[in-house]
Design a protein around this ligand. Structure first.
Ligand code: SF4
Length: 181
């Protein structure tokens, strides 16, 4: 069943994007916005009550006290779905942040023709927040880019922390109420 189509203003506050959506509609080209409006959401999946992690499922938990074939409770399934969504989304989008950091570094080194730092005030604020001296601006830009890349590359202790959380969720000792406050 189709959902209600939102107005262009409801879909995005960006006037340029609104113009783009109007033109896409005129040309009959689907966008993420139009597809979202046409998609009837699954209530069970939308509430994180469906698990398809393994081939014994998919398991849909709709009754109080019900568990999946493996014994996973609703709390466990919802927590796992939540964490996997975060991990997938962060993994997909961290790549864009990494590219921006490399571009910032290239700008600082004078290697990115056509690119400039437009919001110098923001650069100064972020540099200050990260304890970077901002007297030499190019140096600050390069240092900031290096910090971002280093942060994105960090593993070790963080991976262990994620594994601990993952193991606790798998055991069922962490439920969604422990994660979503
Ligand atoms: S609830 Fe358990 S058995 Fe069902 S799909 Fe998920 S992991 Fe597999």
């Amino acid at each position: 069943m189709a959902k209600t189509k939102r107005t262009y203003e409801e879909q995005t506050t960006d006037p340029a994007a609104q113009q783009m959506l109007i033109r896409a509609d005129e040309l009959g080209i689907g966008t993420a916005f139009s597809r979202a409006d046409e998609m009837a959401l699954c209530n069970i999946g939308g509430a994180g009550m469906c698990c398809k992690i393994c081939s014994m499922g998919p398991c849909r938990l709709t009754k109080e006290g019900q568990t999946g074939v493996c014994g996973a409770t609703l709390d466990t399934i919802q927590a796992r779905n939540f964490i996997r969504s975060i991990a997938g989304g962060a993994a997909a989008h961290s790549d864009h942040g990494r590219d921006m950091a490399f571009t910032l570094k290239a700008v600082a080194n004078g290697e990115a023709e056509g690119y400039i730092i437009r919001d110098v005030a923001k650069l100064r604020t972020v540099a200050k927040e990260n304890g970077i001296a901002i007297e030499g601006r190019r140096k600050a830009e390069a240092s900031l880019a290096e910090i971002v890349v280093e942060e994105l590359d960090r593993r070790g202790d963080r991976i262990e922390a994620y594994q601990d959380v993952g193991a606790a969720v798998g055991r069922g000792s962490i439920g969604k109420n422990d994660i979503i406050k």
